[in-house]
Write a protein that binds this ligand. Sequence first.
Ligand SMILES: [Fe+2]
Ligand SMILES: [Fe+2]
Length: 427
Amino acid sequence: MEECFVINPVNPHYLDRIVHVAQTQGVEASEDIYSASGIKLISKGTRISADVRDRLIVHKLKKPLEHCIRVQNGTDIQQLYEDARALFEESSKLRPLFEHASILSVVREISLRAATLGLLDVAAGQDKHGLQHYLLVMLIGLAIAHRMKCGAEIMRTVAMAGLLHDIGELYLERRYLEEGDSELGDSDWRKIAAHPLIGQKLACDVCGMPQSVGVAILEHHERASGGGYPRGLTSGQLSLPGQIVSIAEMLAALTERHDRPLVRLALAIKLVPGEYSGELLAALSTGLAQHDAEIGADIPAALTGMMLSTLFGQVEAVNALIEACQRSPALDSSDTKEMLQRVKRRFLHIQQALLSTGVGMYCSADGDCSIGLNGAPADLLYEVDVILHEIRWQMRALSRDLQMRAALVSPGIAQAFRALIEALDAA
Ligand SMILES: [Fe+2]
Ligand SMILES: [Fe+2]
């Protein structure tokens, strides 16, 4: 088996998380733990604590720690199935999508190693939401795969990849996941963008999952348009389970943050086409159409108008900065020119999406959109609100993408792009 750089020597962030779980739940060594040179560090049954942490961190271990710990009263496949079933039954926001309880039988049939259950226990112990997000991505993925009439093999791959998709986050410093986007610097984003890669490695090396599961985990933040990460692959380069888990991840995030996730997804997809393949979107269309009738939220017109004015101002500022970058002598290498072309292309796509919605007609020549939306019906305001969120999300995603790519070239290049990165991020 290929040696895994993230697990041996012990990853300090993973170990910190174990110690965190140990404070409330109890974690013990499930077998004697030896250093690579054969020194016995901990006996079977020893409780993991901050003291033990110090002993484990300084040695390379004979066997990765992931295989040698047990969380007391940890989960098992029956418990995961029960939790998934409860989530399936209680998710009223996703009711049209969660129509066939038969997808739960796929969950029941998954087989997971003790080390995999241990990783899930550590993930569950990190915050009050436990494994909800992992299970939600798995269930949404399964529901989509079921609609696409995928075979048993793909269904199993989607279930396992959905369940484990964010497992790589356990190996990142906690602050990266807790801080707001704006507080994260170039190298921070590069680290966050590595979590699908770490997850793939863990799935294959620790969890013993088939390669297809690792690939789908690697692809869970990719988009068919090429705007995702870590590799910026496009639809023809992505596996079907990877694409399913990616859209499931997006829909899970919408479900966790908003009231009408399916309506939001439908509008977002209409707004920025090409993010997901047509096959996937066709599979989702019935559920989305059923929810269309429910639009009608209480969105304040004045605030929406103001936000729209601000957005148009930000678009203008970004265009001016792209032009300034094109003239900058610090950015005239072939690498940076290509990077700039990529930003230009993607930003044009975002602007076209914004213009195609027709929201510009509510704004006056001097860019004031608050009067035009005065007295607008609730469904229109809701749509404008979704458009605002999606366009701003797209601009921030482009900012992160540029930030990571520029930092990979050199700190000087990242600095030369700084104003553009910040203008995109301000959206
Ligand atoms: Fe996720
Ligand atoms: Fe993720």
